[in-house]
Design a protein around this ligand. Structure first.
Ligand SMILES: NC(=O)c1ccc[n+]([C@@H]2O[C@H](COP(=O)([O-])OP(=O)(O)OC[C@H]3O[C@@H](n4cnc5c(N)ncnc54)[C@H](OP(=O)(O)O)[C@@H]3O)[C@@H](O)[C@H]2O)c1
Length: 481
């Protein structure tokens, strides 16, 4: 099959942070590696008044600052001559009329073949209005070419608002052409989880309740909410992180092998996991959730002094399926914690019998740690004899660090994801039923947690005391590796 990647990319939010820090550097990296299609152009839309030259100069500065490759002026010039800036407000019909004409011109000048990649790098309340305006002004009316829309997170704030948004988008773009981005899914090690599981015979046969004791999924940040207080007050850790990144990680870790390495097969399996997660509605809720708020959160910009928004959440979840019968999945995420890290820890069961005295009260557990960021790699911990005459057993680790030796060698998630959209490959984007089932669960957890205490925790530690109790109650401990 010949994939026609040529396209015009229309960035709504062209003056914003995401465009400057991620999207344009990602395009530069693709250009650097000769991975952008020949026929390509960018039209960026924002409100600020500026001409193409001024806009290109600003982007140049951002690429200098954020690129993982050195600045090569020849390559930059090749990219920059394909980038245009248009200033109009999203509610101005005239802006869309000129956009339509500009796009036709791009087809002539840059051979973009009528294909369009609309990237909504804007705040969520603008998603549906922009898409509706595109239709109203006939921008999306072109036939015989592809037209795809990329929608940033968050996709809704709860199930009802996500459904409404989806209905509005669905009147203009089919599900197949709607790419809900979760940049976590473009990260190297997340893609690697499937390879580790399905391309090795040493792991997949053990990947079930017979051999796995429990699984821990962590996304810890050292930063506070910064300037995002206004948004965060309405979201909290559960809606900001668990609904998308952490549930996606859980689904990829726990899913059955998909029949094929194809978008629909993979997403079908993830949906089954999202549907299988259950959360208790009764009096034992407090044994399954711990909420926290870092000391000083009240003083952050745009945060209410009475806020009870959680900046930390830990959950203990079970899956209703044979493979994971009785296996707890602990997930936790928080701000202002001791270390920035995202990882999955798989703790294996103890051997049934052992004749080693040192293991009478339990050997050190076997762990497989999948490190997602900032370090990318895997660690396998197992037991070995300490050298010497005495019989001593020690935990040892085999560490594979993907990004330790070659600095910045991993492609940024956005590079991979932008290429995926041009290729029409949605494997690493969330399908509507994934979003829907994730929101259903989060709404359920959120209403069960209404009475749960939001405990204060000190910045620089590992979260509230309740999170320790949550895991220790089951005889486990958090691994901060
Ligand atoms: N920043 C990140 O690292 C990041 C990471 C993950 C997801 N996201 C998501 O990406 C989206 C964009 O985030 P951001 O941080 O880039 O936001 P931002 O810095 O606030 O940028 C917003 C952009 O929207 C434009 N805009 C707003 N209202 C407009 C209007 N009425 N008409 C025309 N343009 C308008 C702004 O243009 P003017 O400045 O010209 O007014 C600006 O270009 C959000 O959904 C966010 O959740 C961002």
């Amino acid at each position: 099959m010949i994939i026609n990647q040529s396209c015009s990319m229309i960035i709504f939010g062209g003056t914003g942070d995401l465009t400057h820090r991620k999207l344009i550097p990602a395009l530069y990296h693709l250009m650097y590696q000769e991975m952008l299609p020949e026929g390509f152009a960018v039209i960026s839309v924002g409100r600020q008044k500026k001409n193409n030259e001024e806009y290109r100069e600003e982007l140049y500065q951002s690429v200098l600052k954020y690129s993982r490759f050195p600045m090569d002026k020849t390559i930059w010039d090749q990219l920059c001559e394909k980038i245009y800036y248009r200033a109009f407000s999203f509610d101005e019909g005239d802006g869309y009329e000129s956009l339509k004409a500009d796009l036709q011109q791009m087809d002539q000048v840059h051979h973009t073949r009528g294909n369009r990649l609309y990237y909504l790098a804007v705040s969520p309340e603008n998603f549906a209005p922009i898409v509706e305006k595109l239709k109203e002004h006939g921008v999306t009316a072109k036939r015989g070419c592809w037209q795809r829309v990329v929608i940033e997170k968050p996709f809704g704030q709860d199930l009802a608002s996500a459904q409404q948004l989806n209905n509005r988008i669905g009147k203009v773009f089919s599900e197949q052409d709607t790419y809900r981005i979760d940049h976590y899914l473009g990260k190297e090690m997340i893609q690697n989880i499937m390879v580790i599981r399905f391309a090795n015979t040493i792991f997949e046969p053990l990947w079930n309740h017979q051999y796995i004791d429990h699984i821990q999924i962590t996304a810890a940040e050292t930063e506070g909410v910064g300037s995002r207080g206004g948004y965060y007050e309405k979201a909290g850790a559960l809606r900001d992180m668990v609904q998308n990144h952490l549930l996606q990680l859980l689904a990829i870790t726990a899913m059955e092998p998909p029949g094929k390495n194809e978008a629909e097969a993979i997403r079908d399996e993830k949906v089954k996991i999202l549907k299988a997660i259950h959360f208790p509605k009764d009096s034992i809720v407090h044994q399954h959730v711990a909420l926290g708020q870092y000391r000083g959160y009240h003083m952050e910009e745009k945060v209410s002094p009475q806020s009870t928004t959680e900046t930390y959440v830990a959950l203990k979840l079970f899956l209703d399926c044979d493979r994971w019968k009785g296996v707890p999945f602990y997930i936790r995420t928080g701000k202002k914690l001791q270390q920035k890290t995202s990882q999955v820890v798989i703790q294996f069961k103890q051997p049934d019998k052992t004749f080693y005295k040192e293991c009478e009260s339990g050997c050190n557990p076997n762990l497989l740690v999948i490190k997602i960021q900032p370090e990318e790699g895997t660690l396998l911990q197992f037991n070995a004899k300490k050298p010497g005459n005495l019989q001593q057993i020690l935990p040892v680790g085999m560490n594979f660090c993907q990004n330790c030796n070659l600095e910045n060698n991993s492609p940024e998630a956005y590079e991979k994801l932008l290429l995926d959209v041009m290729d029409g490959d949605a494997s690493r984007f969330t399908r509507w039923d994934e979003v829907e089932n994730a929101w259903r669960l989060i709404d359920e957890i959120s209403s069960s947690c209404e009475a749960a205490l939001v405990e204060e925790y000190l910045p620089g530690g590992w979260g509230p005391e309740g999170a320790q109790q949550l895991i220790e109650r089951s005889g486990h401990r958090w691994w901060n590796l």
